[in-house]
Ligand binder design. Sequence first.
Ligand SMILES: [Zn+2]
Ligand SMILES: [Zn+2]
Length: 118
Amino acid sequence: MDARDPESPDEWPLPPAWMWGCDKCTELYKAMKRASEAARAALEANGPHVDCDPFDTVVTSQLRLGQHIAIQHPEDVPMRDTSCAKCVAPEMEQMPEQLVRQHRARHLFIPPSMVDRL
Ligand SMILES: [Zn+2]
Ligand SMILES: [Zn+2]
């Protein structure tokens, strides 16, 4: 593994070790990375004027992993990140616990610059 700069908002975080201990996490994580890389390759090949991810596989794969973690690993979901606009947003107080957990789970495996999109 390369050395990573934790300050870089576009850097993919290194998933916690327990995720590799779960077959489903590993499978969903790999699917998510594959989808992201395919979308990025398509973007490089086609340019930004083409929809490079017409089926939203990137977003879907992120959601599936977040959902799995929120349901199967609730005790491993991180506390809210006070530097994340979405975590501290007042509407989070109104959201169902399950959705809040899904968002927080995203912090484990998605670059900071992408976490608050969902
Ligand atoms: Zn898992
Ligand atoms: Zn957040």
